[in-house]
Design a protein around this ligand. Structure first.
Ligand code: MG
Length: 163
């Protein structure tokens, strides 16, 4: 008997000048980057929250508070690896992950293959279990005006049989 748990996550960060644009662990060449305490990788943050949510293990703010100087400019893939470990401690492993990035610019489609590799590596699953999709907001709202980039993530965890 196996047990499945679904989780979802959302994140958005503001685009500002003078910061690298890091999404799903990949630095995308662009004249602006996301503002945040860590590297502000909203794609990875959404995925982290989805895993923590599926495991009912709290959220990113609780595990990696921005008040903690350890996380200043930290690579967010480390948070993702930590979330996977937290899930593993509860005997859950990732079955698959599906991520949607919402950005008016730059065009992210050319980077999704590399993002998929980085995320699958951090999750410890085959790339075939990771989906990364990109959309614009059709010019609507803050993301549509290019003020920020948002990400939505869904993951499925499966409880591992214990020996
Ligand atoms: Mg965030």
């Amino acid at each position: 008997m196996s047990e499945y748990r679904v989780g979802h996550g959302f994140d958005v960060h503001r685009l500002v000048e003078g910061r690298p644009l890091v999404l799903a662990g990949v630095t995308v060449p662009w004249d602006r980057g996301l503002l945040g305490h860590s590297d502000a990788d909203c794609a990875t943050h959404a995925l982290c929250d989805a895993i923590l949510g599926a495991a009912a293990a709290g959220d990113m703010g609780e595990h990696f508070p921005s008040s903690d100087p350890r996380w200043r400019d930290a690579p967010s893939l480390g948070f993702l690896e930590a979330a996977v470990r937290l899930a593993a401690e509860r005997h859950f492993r990732v079955e698959n992950a599906d991520l949607t990035l919402i950005a008016e610019a730059p065009r992210l489609a050319p980077w999704t293959g590399r993002m998929r590799d980085r995320i699958s590596e951090a999750l410890g699953v085959a790339p075939e279990r990771v989906s990364i999709k990109t959309k614009s907001s059709d010019g609507l709202g803050a993301t549509g005006r290019g003020e920020g980039i948002a990400a939505w993530a869904t993951v499925l965890l499966r409880r591992q049989e214990q020996a």
